[in-house]
Design a protein around this ligand. Structure first.
Ligand SMILES: O=C(O)C(=O)Cc1ccccc1
Length: 299
């Protein structure tokens, strides 16, 4: 892995305010790069109001890196991340991090029956929708830009609640009314560490995964299968396929692939050459390794 080493200071953007799951991921990464002694200067975490702004901050070099959520085991893709990676130029994924996510219901209410409104990030609300339906059927759900932005809306009201982490509850000095409220216990989110293509050096040849996205030249039968067949024929495993609308016209899609191979492998060189005639625009987001983080490593 290559990290920018020329500067004394490294700034890492993430979806804030402080206390979000994205901050946990960014903070783990900060400690990891310090522990691996790949960067000796000061590392500063910079909260951004949205995922889009965190990624834009990388493109305009306001920050050196951004740590953004990309996929959750219960709710699936974070479309804001996918769409911005496609739209913004010169971004490169340097690393993937998988973090366990344990949601708590945080509120000054004394009983669940008193709660009228629950605030949180749409991903968190979705990851707890079964629990919310069962234990808070009366409550209205309200989306906020992050789980800690939800905490800022709470105040001391006895009729409002937010979904956020245990760490965030401690940070904002708010009580936890219920713990582990996500619908599946092994809830986890994958984050990407994103750098500028030019500033971060090239990806390491030890990378194990590659992410890319493409559009197809025409909406014709077999347009997608021709691309997928190339990977199948070469025995390259795909770990994710996702479609997103091109936003140009209804029914027209971009396809995002996560591939279990390094972009530097000879098989991938062949695959990229072979898919080139079947794709319209191809964007390679980077090659990287995946770090799975234990809950006791999250501060
Ligand atoms: O709002 C946050 O805390 C985030 O970092 C986004 C998010 C929300 C829910 C699960 C994982 C990431």
């Amino acid at each position: 892995m290559d990290i920018i080493t020329s500067s004394e200071e490294m700034n890492i953007g993430y979806l804030g305010p402080p206390g979000t799951y994205s901050e946990q991921a960014a903070s783990f990464y900060l400690n990891w790069i310090k522990g691996n002694q790949e960067f000796k200067g000061e590392v500063i975490l910079r909260p951004c109001p949205t995922i889009a702004k965190a990624l834009q901050a990388v493109t305009v070099q306001e920050v050196n890196l951004a740590v953004v959520p990309v996929e959750n085991s219960i709710e699936g893709s974070v479309s804001m991340t996918m769409d911005n990676l496609w739209q913004l130029e010169n971004l490169q994924i340097k690393q993937a991090l998988v973090l366990p996510i344990n949601h708590c219901l945080i509120s000054c209410a004394t009983k669940l029956e008193d709660i009228e409104i629950v605030y949180s990030h749409p991903q968190a609300l979705a990851q707890c929708q079964g629990w919310l339906g069962k234990f808070l059927p009366q409550a209205n759900l309200s989306a906020t830009s992050s789980t800690t932005q939800a905490l800022e809306k709470l105040g001391k009201s006895p009729t409002t609640a937010a979904i956020s982490s245990e760490k965030a509850a401690q940070m904002y000095d708010l009580p936890i009314l219920s713990d582990r409220i996500n619908d599946y216990p092994d809830n986890c989110t994958r984050f990407w560490v994103v750098a500028p293509e030019s500033g971060g050096g090239s990806s390491s040849s030890s990378s194990t995964h590659t992410s890319l996205a493409f559009s197809v030249p025409a909406n014709i039968p077999g347009a997608l299968v021709k691309v997928l067949q190339v990977f199948a024929d070469l025995g390259i495993n795909l770990s994710r396929i996702e479609s997103r609308p091109t936003k140009r016209s209804l029914g027209e899609y971009l396809f995002f692939l996560d591939i279990e191979a390094s972009v530097f492998s000879s098989l991938m060189t062949t695959a990229l050459k072979n898919i080139s005639i079947n794709v319209e625009i191809l964007k390679i987001f980077g090659s990287y390794t995946v770090l799975t983080v234990d809950s006791d490593k999250i501060k």
